[in-house]
Design a binder for this molecule. Structure first.
Ligand SMILES: Cc1ncc(COP(=O)(O)O)c(C=O)c1O
Length: 288
């Protein structure tokens, strides 16, 4: 997926050094462009199609993409780094049963160690194992394997449906507050913990907005949007992620204030009570 539409750098940057890489994007109404995918497959007969994103806030319909892959003998890799938990709770369509490979990072919705998990259909097991050892690893990293096992056992011991409900409740509060204040969101909302703000109607760039919010103790990142005319170092968008707010059980009246602060900053009407912002952050400090 093209980076301005939400694709992740790990899906193309290194691959470009030994593969031909072609990008697909989104339609005018900001859904993954299946017609473009089909056209690219017809033209190039790719060996592999990667579905998955880091700044596309909607669920991905793997079955639709898979039916295109089948026609062109293309393998499908689903990177569910940002959406593993929603797949587990069936809030999003599962890629299992369709994708040949499913990957996810363990440090996002699943709240584990910085690392990843790769799964595949059985017939790829030995080539996948070879691609890990000796290509990228010299020995098993038992500390990391153990940390991933701990992560999985923690996930098995919590009510993940409730965790996802909490995430989506906070996301929806954020999107309603931002949209009610006239702010445009990429895909007009979210089905995840990610909220992509389109600043093209506002007076500020992604970088300005990131800096302004950072000065108020709010961390977001600048992010390009489809057809962005600003470079990745400036951008026309920001990406907000609310996972930590769910993890620390932040109260509704508190995260509402944060969403309002963000909206007012974007609209140039920021009347920040700095000490309140600092108090909120400090009262939730989880890393000593
Ligand atoms: C969709 C997706 N895949 C893979 C990664 C890779 O994660 P890392 O930067 O930890 O290697 C990310 C990270 O943001 C991501 O968003």
């Amino acid at each position: 997926m093209s980076p301005d539409a939400g694709g992740h750098v790990s899906h193309y940057h290194y691959l470009k050094t030994f593969c031909n890489v072609f990008f697909y994007s989104v339609t005018e109404d900001e859904n993954i462009d299946l017609i473009q995918i089909e056209k690219l497959c017809r033209q190039h007969h790719p060996k592999l199609l990667i579905a998955g994103a880091s700044s596309y806030p909607k669920s991905i319909h793997y079955s639709q993409i898979y039916s295109i892959c089948q026609k062109y003998d293309t393998l499908l890799l689903a990177d569910i780094s940002h959406t593993a938990i929603y797949v587990a709770t069936q809030n999003h369509e599962s890629p299992f049963g369709y994708a040949d490979f499913v990957t996810f990072t363990t440090h996002k919705t699943t709240r584990g160690i910085r690392g990843g998990i790769v799964m595949s259909k059985a017939q790829y097991r030995s080539s996948l194992e070879h691609a890990v050892f000796p290509v990228v690893q010299g020995a098993p990293k038992f500390n990391e394997i153990l940390a991933k096992a701990v992560m999985l056992s923690e996930l098995a011991s919590i009510d993940i449906k409730k965790y996802v409900e909490d995430i989506l409740k906070i996301s929806n509060t954020f999107t309603s507050i931002l949209m009610n204040k006239g702010i445009k969101l990429y895909t007009n909302g979210t089905e995840t913990h990610l909220i992509m703000v389109d600043l093209r109607k506002s007076q500020i760039t992604g970088k300005n907005c990131e800096d302004l919010l950072f000065s108020q103790h709010i961390l977001v990142n600048r992010n390009q949007l489809p057809n962005d005319n600003k470079p990745p170092s400036i951008t026309s968008g920001i990406r907000i992620g609310i996972l930590t707010l769910a993890t620390i059980n932040m109260l509704e009246n508190e995260y509402t204030q944060i969403a309002e602060l963000i909206a007012d900053t974007i609209n140039g009407k920021c009347i920040i009570d700095e000490s309140l912002a600092r108090d909120i952050i400090q009262s939730y400090r989880i890393i000593e």
